[in-house]
Design a protein around this ligand. Structure first.
Ligand code: UT7
Length: 324
């Protein structure tokens, strides 16, 4: 069997037009810009319009990624869309994106691993491309978390936002990839922690959508250790290190978790891509949003070694190391 690499061809993102600042939130709940910035680093988040669905955000991001790749939608034969806030219970939001792009071949499906969704989706698409089953994939993270927030709960509503990001991956014979591509992925989950970050409704349990509930301190307590474990796995699998990576693009949940993880791993602060201040925690969308920003502003370039990680509800956590 030919050795295949999943090479990044393009990246794109989308944030809804409406920005909600910390000052705006202080009008809704008992909070302050100072508290939110000091505890999380978040300054504003974006909120989807009433008629804007997760698939609409995803479509914008997918089109931007295709344009960046110089590809047409017809080149894509696989869509893996990570979301915890799908348009409907079914069908998958991915098929709305597929139809919106006019794609009638290949496969499209959703994947649910909450904030780790994008890393899980990269790993999934990478496996399919490496197997030769599909040739070019859109890997999307898209969320409308504003729809599952309890806007009277200050401990959660200040943290999350809406957005989408997408990556185009192409399966290329390893000898033609020039060392580029997804080098390794490491996925973990541990359901014993499922009640620390969850939504208190669902199809089978309450027949309602429910609201996000979180034991923030407990999530924080586990986050850094879980994140650093899967990054050490990635380094051990590849022989790379904190010194050899060019960019660290973590899940954008909280500035303090990002800084503590980078410090524990010995990753220099100038290699860390941080965009959480501009969009808050957008769950599965946060990594591709950060990737798109750092690619567009010229930081991430072809040949750079890019480390992704995420941790979230489940708990789920994972890492991916990519030669861009
Ligand atoms: O992808 C994973 C997603 N989740 C996360 O990343 C969350 C991880 N956890 C965290 O980031 C932090 O735990 C939080 C930012 C959620 C909270 O920070 P903390 O330093 O752990 O605060 P805390 O929960 O210990 O609360 C400290 C105080 C409490 O008041 P008292 O009991 O000390 O009087 C809270 O009621 O801060 C209060 N508080 C707030 N005050 C102003 C909680 N939320 C707010 C708020 N504004 N929005």
């Amino acid at each position: 069997m030919t050795d295949i690499r999943s090479v990044v061809r393009g990246v794109g993102s989308y944030l809804p037009a409406r920005a909600l600042t910390n000052a705006d939130l202080a009008q809704i709940v008992d909070t302050s810009d100072e508290w939110i910035v000091q505890r999380t680093g978040i300054r504003e988040r974006h909120i989807a319009a009433d008629n804007e669905l997760t698939s609409d955000l995803a479509l914008h991001a997918a089109r931007a990624a295709l344009a960046d790749a110089g590809m047409d939608a017809g080149d894509i034969d696989l869509i893996v869309l990570a979301t915890s806030t799908p348009d409907n219970t079914f069908p998958a939001t991915a098929v709305s994106v597929q139809a919106g792009l006019g794609i009638t071949r290949g496969a499209a499906f959703d994947l649910q691993a909450v904030c780790s969704g994008f890393v899980f989706a990269v790993a999934t698409a990478d496996s399919f491309l490496k197997s030769g089953a599909f040739k070019r994939a859109l890997v999307i993270g898209a969320e409308t978390f504003s729809r599952i927030l309890d806007w009277s709960d200050r401990t959660t509503c200040v943290l999350f936002g809406d957005g989408a990001g997408a990556l185009v991956l192409e399966g290329v014979a390893a000898q033609d990839a020039g060392g580029r591509g997804v080098l390794t992925t490491h996925l973990r989950s541990d359901g014993r922690h499922k009640n620390k970050l969850y939504v208190d409704g669902g199809v089978s349990s309450t027949k309602t959508v429910g609201f996000l509930r979180m034991e923030g301190r407990e999530v924080f307590r586990h986050a850094v250790g879980m994140i650093t474990d899967v990054i050490v796995d990635a380094f051990e699998a590849t022989g790379e290190s904190a010194q050899t990576i060019d960019w660290f693009v973590p899940h954008q949940a909280n500035r303090r978790i990002i800084d503590a993880s980078a410090a524990k791993l010995g990753i220099a602060s100038e290699k860390v891509v941080v965009t959480v201040d501009r969009h808050g925690n957008t769950s599965a969308a946060s990594i591709p949003l950060a990737l798109a920003t750092a690619h567009a502003d010229g930081r991430i370039k072809t040949g750079d070694l890019v480390l992704l990680e995420a941790m979230g509800g489940g708990f789920t956590w994972g890492s991916a190391l990519i030669r861009w």
